[in-house]
Design a protein around this ligand. Structure first.
Ligand code: GLV
Ligand code: MG
Length: 307
């Protein structure tokens, strides 16, 4: 499934920095999430909720998907994050990003709380989505139950920093391969498990951050790996990473053109055969129902990216 609004670049912005939020409004990221979790110190959380609500309601936003990352359910902050921000500015919130989700109950608790706040604030019930961040072994183990815990769930998001810490992976460079492991991609199993759950349940799969923000080539390499698997987008921490993410997670022009050509040829063949489907030739290449499906994925992503 490809969403009509792409999430190729997901920009992380500290909720406590009005200056950075103002700057984010004009950046070409597909999604902006205002953070109340790890980018905000405990003493600044209450003020950040107010900043975020005011900023969301202010003018100057582009077409970005607007998301707020709340604190996880093991803290004392989650309910106030949701109540304060959604009561004050819920109409401007597209989704709540819930970190460190360990099982379906975390998603269900957020769903129930959102429903109450939406009712109380006179908002449309059920419109605000949930992005579930997978950041530890238990979350990965329960991923299918998390994905289906609520109709609000829109995306599954990899959190590599917390994930690596939770499994004792031996590295300090978030998003890079651990030193000494040179026989493959140390993230492959995690990424594939997230991707499988996302595709099985019609959700988007979003890769997490790459922390060496000055090394755009390295960001591009890391992003290309998850994009090649089929991920829909990746977090970006700095404006320099946005263009790279938008490019890497859009189909290349030649692939898009070819996909549209396959679809045209297949449709022509099908209607010429009176609606019967089957194999056809496009130049020297054989195409069939499955090639048409693959082309459909690339064409849909390409059309969404060109909107
Ligand atoms: C992001 O939250 C991460 O832990 O990588
Ligand atoms: Mg994290």
């Amino acid at each position: 499934m490809v969403q009509a609004r792409p999430r190729r670049s997901v920009l992380a912005v500290p909720g406590s920095s009005r200056k950075m939020i103002e700057k984010a409004k004009g950046l070409p990221a597909d999604e902006v999430f205002l953070d109340l979790e790890d980018a905000v110190s405990p003493l600044a959380k209450a003020q950040a909720r107010t900043e975020i609500a005011e900023a969301l309601a202010s003018d100057g936003w582009g077409s970005q998907i607007k998301v707020v990352r709340v604190n996880d359910w093991t803290t004392q902050w989650t309910y106030r994050d949701v109540v304060d921000v959604v009561s004050a500015a819920g109409v401007h919130v597209d989704a709540i990003l819930l970190p460190k989700v360990v099982d379906a109950s975390h998603v269900q608790a957020l769903d129930l709380l959102l429903t109450q706040v939406e009712k109380d604030a006179g908002l449309e019930v059920g419109r605000i989505g949930i992005e579930a961040q997978i950041e530890n072994a238990i979350g990965l183990t329960n991923i299918n139950r998390i994905a289906t815990a609520s109709p609000r769930v829109q995306t599954l998001v990899f959190g590599p920093a917390d994930f690596m810490a939770s499994i004792n992976m031996r590295t300090l460079v978030v998003g890079e391969q651990p030193e000494g492991y040179d026989t493959g991609d140390a993230y492959h199993h995690i990424l594939m498990t997230i991707l499988m759950a996302a595709r099985a349940h019609g959700l988007e799969a979003i890769d997490g951050p790459y922390l060496q923000i000055r090394d755009v080539d390295a960001f591009r390499r890391a992003a290309s790996r998850s994009a090649a698997l089929g991920f829909d987008g990746k977090w970006v921490l700095h404006p320099t990473q946005i263009d790279a993410a938008n490019e890497v997670f859009s189909p290349r022009q030649e692939d898009y053109d070819k996909a549209e050509m396959i679809l045209d040829a297949y449709e022509f063949h099908t209607s010429a055969a009176g609606g019967a489907r089957g194999a056809a030739m496009l130049g020297d290449e054989m195409i069939d129902e499955a090639s048409a499906k693959m082309a459909q994925v690339i064409a849909a992503k390409g059309r969404a990216a060109r909107m």
